[in-house]
Design a protein around this ligand. Structure first.
Ligand SMILES: Nc1ncnc2c1ncn2[C@@H]1O[C@H](COP(=O)(O)OP(=O)(O)O)[C@@H](O)[C@H]1O
Ligand SMILES: [Mg+2]
Length: 302
């Protein structure tokens, strides 16, 4: 079989066209033009290839379709070190951490309390600076941004969710979700429209005019997710997002994170103590005594 390689737009991503003859599924009927090698073999259409490219390479058109065999990294961490000075002594939290996260991956960061998970998320999200090393994310070198540029980077690229949601309790659910758009200077009517749509996505459409302080813990965390994602960030950073919730509510919130991750083609880093949730992520990294090791998700308890 002849293979056609398309490398038109995004560097580092290759698509291999597969023969149309293998592809009789419903989706393939969408093809409107196809490629030929001149001896009768037909290949996937350019339209489909383009569709896969513009959709960020995550939309697989069936197993026989175009395979993104190498996804581009959204996040690259190189030789990261963080030292906190406490009194006379230095606390070296981690040193020489290097890893990367591809677009579309949902990555869990596990490790004991005090291991440095939150600090790592803060550095990746430009809320803190490393003592050494570099963080590259979505075309920015995060660790060397000025304060203004870091704020702009956070606003544009990052959605944060914390264990304690930090909602504004006196404001309504709708206002809390609309807030990031309003601080960007978006018109009120558009921000509220967008916020309503997000309230629907997290199942809180009936609570829009309730003050956020009146909502339950699980509802507040769902609201925090809507607020984190309304700006359409590429990267979701969640720090113990279910840590303050009971088991059943935690499950609902985790499921919601997983669904929104999928539907909005996010890349997500989730620090969690919950190994059963970590197991359901694409990848798991354990931070332990300053080192980061990759753990097979299926090796974790269900
Ligand atoms: N600003 C700070 N100054 C000094 N020590 C800090 C600071 N922030 C965190 N630490 C210390 O770094 C360690 C790791 O903290 P953290 O990143 O919150 O860990 P984790 O999220 O894994 O529980 C803890 O021992 C904590 O006390
Ligand atoms: Mg923490």
């Amino acid at each position: 079989m002849t293979t056609v390689t398309l490398q038109p737009v995004i560097s580092g991503i290759q698509f291999f066209a597969d023969r149309v003859s293998k592809l009789e599924s419903r989706e393939e009927q969408l093809l409107s033009s196809s490629w030929s090698n001149g001896i009768g073999d037909r290949f996937y259409s350019f339209e489909t290839a383009w569709f896969a490219i513009v959709s960020g390479c995550r939309l697989m058109r069936g197993r026989g379709g175009l395979h993104p065999i190498e996804q581009s990294p959204l996040l690259r961490v190189e030789g990261l070190k963080k030292v906190f000075r406490s009194g006379e002594a230095d606390l070296v939290l981690f040193e020489n951490l290097s890893f990367q996260v591809n677009k579309g991956e949902m990555l869990a960061i596990v490790g004991q309390s005090g291991a440095g998970k939150s600090t790592l998320l803060h550095i990746v999200g430009a809320l803190d600076r490393p003592s050494a090393g570099a963080v590259y994310c979505a075309h920015s070198q995060v660790n060397s941004l000025s304060e203004d540029d870091a704020a702009e980077f956070r606003n544009r690229e990052i959605g944060f969710v914390w264990q304690f949601h930090y909602l504004l309790p006196e404001f309504t659910a709708l206002e809390n979700v609309a807030m990031p758009l309003l601080t960007r200077g978006q018109a009120l009517s558009i921000a509220e429209q967008e916020a309503s749509s997000w309230l629907r996505q997290v199942g809180l459409e009936a609570r829009g005019h309730h003050r956020s302080g009146e909502l339950s813990g699980g509802e507040q965390q769902r609201l925090a997710l809507a607020r984190a994602l309304i700006t359409k960030p590429q990267l979701l950073l969640a720090d113990e997002p279910t840590g303050d919730l009971d088991g059943r509510t935690a499950e609902v919130v985790f499921e919601l994170i997983a669904r929104l991750h999928r539907e909005h083609q996010l890349t997500s880093l989730i620090a969690t103590h919950n190994l059963a949730f970590a197991r359901r992520c694409h990848r798991v990294m354990r931070l332990d005594q300053g080192r980061m090791e990759e753990v097979a998700p299926e090796s974790l308890p269900a």
